[in-house]
Design a protein around this ligand. Structure first.
Ligand code: ADP
Ligand code: ZN
Length: 518
């Protein structure tokens, strides 16, 4: 056994490395910069901790959350590793003690906030010490293209300027290529070794389901999965409390969690959840970071998140132990509208941010509305090719009966759009197809179009659903912005020519209940 494997065994009790860990550790020991993009649960911490333990000296870890730092330091201390943290919340005496330990060379890993890391006085201190590595955790915070942009991360570039010879490892679970490039550029990494692990979490089963009757279905799911624990995410703090209270009345051991609840209460919820004394946490996205519970059996999103990054991160908290777990999302097109509204305020103050946010929201909506394999859609978004369709663990692949041959409907939609005098939104097109007498139609004289009433077999709502699905599947284009219009693309033309297989969700009423949710 070589010394690295021996150290792995000695400090962690593990007999093997997870994918890329060994390569990353070896690169760092050779003083090479590294960019590590590994999924949640991929074992990122070990990548910078093990070199610190093997090579000695001081590793400075930049981490965005004080609570997260505290957890890591406590865990390391329990393993007998000298770790410490310096941050603004520390009492004076503790800070003095840590500084003394640093000077005496007694600290292997020092966790600091990004603000602290760039303070001139702190940099002075570092110069006196034998720093061997900078580790930038959650490095996607540096990029506006990430979903958790933190402007202070931008200033971390100073580390490379001040300490050009000390290697830097940047770690993140956000893999979209723009973010990757941004991290590399902003941190000024010198010819880094880049490792991108697979984001395919084979033990996670994905499903999207309508939001209507959500509470009853949630309760059903929980009752038919007794003894399994999980997280239900909400976008509203108030709803976490309401639904948790209702679930309790219905006999489910549930508690709420959000940022406005007292710290002591939040701590208790975490503990109870980790110790399996409650089964369900009804939470906002404030819950989850740094919670090391390997057997989360399901993550249900009662409201749609605003990006696939957020969705991947939050749903990724399920099944870290590798056992089968469910990731279920309750979707209603209203969630799209609501989020668009929220983003609108940014359109004025920060148009660039707004543009990016809108793009992310659109991708999230398309994940919900697609009839393609969800796993493939997700991996595709993160730049990873997936050729295992049908994956047999997403609703689209497991429930082909939920879909109909959509060629005829798609053809009608495309013909309708082609025959309209100009570009219009989803509802206008749907109204024309369904032969609606709405003022939207009559005001424009659209009742005289040839396609008017050509789709009388479905309601206008049903046509809207079909059109949105075709957009999500890439068979139609939709402009971004507040009043999106739908236009034809190459694939629409193939539909008209009969060269495209189209699958659409079976309309309501014709649908069997989803076994994924039983
Ligand atoms: P990340 O930060 O990438 O989400 P962590 O560093 O928290 O991942 O590690 C995820 C889990 O995997 C932890 O419980 C950790 O102890 C475990 N782990 C890390 N490396 C190994 C390994 N080589 N063998 C087995 N388990 C590991
Ligand atoms: Zn699939």
């Amino acid at each position: 056994m070589d010394s690295l494997h021996a150290a792995l065994e000695q400090y962690y009790g593990y007999s093997a490395f997870l994918p890329y860990q060994e390569e990353i550790v070896r690169d760092i020991l050779r003083k090479r910069d590294v960019l590590a993009v590994l999924a949640t649960g991929g074992g990122k911490s070990l990548c910078y901790q093990l070199p610190a333990l093997v090579a000695g000296g001081l590793t400075v870890v930049v981490s965005p959350l004080i609570s997260l730092m505290k957890d890591q330091v406590d865990t390391l201390a329990a393993q007998g590793v000298a770790a410490a943290t310096l941050n603004s919340s520390l009492p004076y005496e503790a800070m003095v003690r840590t500084l003394r330990d640093l000077e005496a060379g007694r600290v292997r890993l020092l966790y600091v906030s990004p603000e602290k890391a760039v303070q001139p006085r702190f940099l002075e201190t570092l110069r006196e010490l034998r720093v061997t590595l900078f580790a930038i955790d959650e490095a996607h915070c540096i990029s506006e293209w990430g979903h958790q942009f933190r402007p202070e991360y931008r200033r971390l570039r100073v580390l490379k300027e001040e300490f050009p010879k000390i290697p830097v490892i940047a770690l993140t679970a956000t893999a979209i290529p723009t973010v990757r490039q941004d991290i590399q550029r902003q941190l000024d990494l010198a010819d880094p070794a880049v490792y991108v692990g697979s984001f395919d979490r084979q033990n996670l089963q994905y499903a999207v389901t309508g939001k209507k009757g959500g509470y009853a279905r949630l309760l059903d799911y929980l009752k038919s999965n007794p003894g399994r624990s999980g997280i239900v995410y909400f976008s509203s703090r108030k709803r976490t409390e309401e639904v948790a209270a209702k679930l309790q009345e219905d006999g489910i051991r549930a508690l709420p969690y959000h940022a406005d609840l007292p710290a002591a209460f939040r701590g208790r919820v975490q503990d109870l959840f980790i110790r399996d004394e409650i089964d369900v946490v009804c939470a906002t996205n404030a819950f989850g970071m740094g919670i090391d519970k390997p057997d989360v059996r399901f993550v249900i999103h009662y409201d749609m998140p605003r990006s696939l990054e957020a969705y991947a991160q939050e749903s990724g908290r399920a099944g870290r132990d590798g056992e089968e777990s469910d990731c279920i999302l309750f979707y209603s097109p209203g969630d799209r509208q609501k989020n668009m509204k929220i983003l609108e305020t940014d359109a004025v103050t920060d148009p660039e941010y707004h543009r990016i946010a809108l793009q992310k929201l659109t991708a999230m909506v398309q994940y919900c509305e697609t009839t393609r394999c969800r796993r493939q859609y997700l991996l595709d978004y993160f730049g990873e090719a997936f050729d295992g369709v049908p994956c047999n663990s997403c609703d689209a692949c497991l429930l082909p009966n939920e879909f109909i041959d959509g060629r005829e409907a798609a053809e009608k939609i495309v013909a309708c759009i082609a025959g309209m005098p100009g570009s219009f939104g989803v509802r206008q097109i749907a109204d024309v197809l369904a032969g609606s007498r709405s003022s939207r139609v009559t005001a424009r004289g659209h009742q005289d179009l040839p396609a008017y009433n050509s789709g009388s077999e479905y309601s206008s709502e049903q046509w809207s659903t079909f059109i949105r699905e075709l957009v999500a599947n890439g068979c139609l284009d939709q402009s971004p912005g507040q009043y999106p219009v739908v236009t034809l693309n190459e694939r629409s033309r193939r539909i008209l020519a009969g060269d495209e297989n189209v699958r659409l969700t079976r309309p309501k009423g014709q649908q069997a209940a989803s076994p994924v949710l039983q």
